[in-house]
Design a protein around this ligand. Structure first.
Ligand code: ADP
Ligand code: MG
Length: 483
């Protein structure tokens, strides 16, 4: 047959010729095919792969038919039958529609009614002869797997699958199970994080356990919430619980949790390192214990102040890094800091004299320097000033004790001078008034130089005599460095 070049190059013609050829070669294949590939009119025979698959399918079908015949011949009427099922090319489930599609037609019951999967009896199979189904049967297994989805965490969405006659292959089920478990763990972690991020930034699980125990034991009634989150501590409010034999619990308590985030405490080393009370212990302690020592220090210092009659929180209990004390304030509202409250000039003056008095008491009776005294750590409550936050307080003979005192005096002096208290001493006068020392320098630089000289002298004394002697005693007596 002769034709033009254009005709040879025509795709249309090529297709037509191919079709003709195919029809001639496999007319009955197309007619007999019932498989998933051929669905009547839309036979696509343009692909070689498709043709190969069609051929293979026909071959498999014939092979299987042969197998069945042989199976029948061998089994005959015998009670025990053998199956060639495993040797078949076309397995019944292979011809099922695609894996991820639910086969609605396969459902014998209402698809929305939960259908208990048929269990396989003990012996591991049901049925007889060639109808035998073992527990490994694809369908039984698949239904069982679907039912097992019910065991996943409640928040794991499984859709309507359980209600349908859905069969999950082991592979799919295992993948789902793995996913369900990891989702569960992830959601637990998220939940935990969320809990942390509410008022409880400093509260790690161990601290929380400590707090729970306090509530559980009845010592505290409830922990209502967070009052303050600082760099080094978090303070909570709580209602006091039942009194024990040796302790009356205040009706309202403040819980100071010293933060266990270690790096926050690095800059505080010098307070505690040089405090002779902790000298022997410091080098041996791990950071966690050092934090406990802050809490312990605050407790000891508060107790000293309490004994001297200085208005301050009363210690209730110390557990590790958690200090419970009486609450300064009322009905969950903490007393305002001096910096936040507007006082009448009369109250301002009163507050000033009270503080002067307290600083002297602290120094002389408690043998302490606050070391962080300012309008931030003084509360106004019941018409008077209350001192708080004394974990960093040191004894005056601390190598930097007098420097700390001078800083305290500067803060107080500046606050009241700015606050319009005409009687307020300047920082140097205040320092002398509190310490009983008589440093005469009339400018800050010389004053500080003298303070440092005194500290050095005292340190040398400690070095030479092995033990601290000086208390920088007041009452007009010359302190030891005058000797
Ligand atoms: P920090 O070292 O974080 O400054 P503080 O002891 O100063 O810790 O406490 C922080 C804040 O918590 C205070 O400014 C105060 O408002 C509140 N607070 C602390 N203790 C008490 C208490 N006993 N009663 C009422 N409020 C308190
Ligand atoms: Mg404070």
């Amino acid at each position: 047959m002769s034709c033009s070049l254009a005709d040879v190059m025509s795709e249309q013609l090529a297709k037509e010729l191919q079709l003709e050829e195919e029809n001639a070669a496999f007319p009955e294949v197309v007619a007999a095919a019932e498989g998933p590939f051929i669905t009547g009119e839309n036979i696509d025979t343009s692909s070689d792969l498709m043709l190969a698959q069609m051929l293979q399918m026909e071959f498999d079908r014939e092979y299987d038919a042969q197998l069945r015949r042989e199976e029948k011949k061998i089994n005959g009427d015998s009670k025990v039958s053998i199956s060639f099922e495993n040797y078949r090319k076309v397995h019944p489930y292979d011809s099922d529609s695609s894996e991820d599609e639910v086969d609605w037609q396969d459902t014998r019951h209402d698809p929305y009614r939960a259908d208990k999967p048929t269990t396989t009896p003990r012996r591991g199979f049901i049925g007889k002869g060639k109808d035998i189904t073992t527990k490994h049967d694809e369908v039984v297994c698949g239904r069982k797997n679907t039912a097992r989805m019910e065991n996943f965490a409640p928040e794991f969405q499984v859709g309507d699958g359980i209600g349908m006659d859905l069969k999950l292959s082991n592979q799919v089920f295992n993948a789902l199970k793995q996913h369900a478990y990891s989702e569960e763990r992830r959601s637990a972690r998220l939940h935990e994080k969320k809990e942390h991020s509410t008022a409880e930034k400093a509260v790690d699980p161990k601290t929380r356990l400590l707090l729970y125990k306090m509530v559980n034991s009845g010592m505290l009634e409830t922990i209502t919430g967070c009052i303050s989150t600082g760099k080094e501590s978090v303070v909570f409010h709580a209602y006091g619980g039942n009194a024990t034999e040796d302790k009356v619990i205040p009706s309202e308590c403040a819980i100071k949790v010293f933060k266990t985030t270690l790096n926050e405490f690095k800059n505080r080393d010098k307070y505690i390192k040089d405090d002779y009370r902790f000298k022997d212990r410091f080098s041996k302690l791990n950071p966690r214990k050092i934090i406990r020592m802050w809490a312990e220090k605050e407790m000891h210092n508060l107790t000293r102040m309490q004994n001297a009659g200085i208005p301050c929180p009363q210690v209730v209990i110390l557990k590790k890094h958690v200090l419970v004390m009486s609450f300064i304030g009322q009905d969950q509202v903490p007393a305002p800091k001096l910096k936040d409250v507007t006082l009448s000039s009369e109250d301002m003056k009163k507050a000033y004299y009270q503080i002067l008095n307290m600083m002297q008491q602290l120094y002389r009776e408690c043998n302490l320097v606050h070391a962080d005294l300012s309008e931030y750590n003084m509360l106004w409550h019941d018409g008077k000033v209350w001192l708080i936050d004394v974990s960093q307080s040191v004894e005056p003979t601390h190598p930097h004790g007098l420097e700390f005192l001078f800083r305290d005096c500067r803060n107080v002096s500046q606050f009241f001078q700015k606050g319009g208290v005409a009687e307020a001493l300047n920082e140097r006068e205040l320092f002398n008034a509190v310490s009983g020392l008589n440093i005469t320098a009339d400018n800050e630089v010389d004053f500080q130089a003298e303070i440092e000289a005194l500290e050095k002298m005292n340190e040398d004394h400690v070095q030479n005599h092995g033990k601290k002697l000086s208390t920088f005693s007041s009452d007009g007596d010359p302190p030891i460095y005058d000797e």
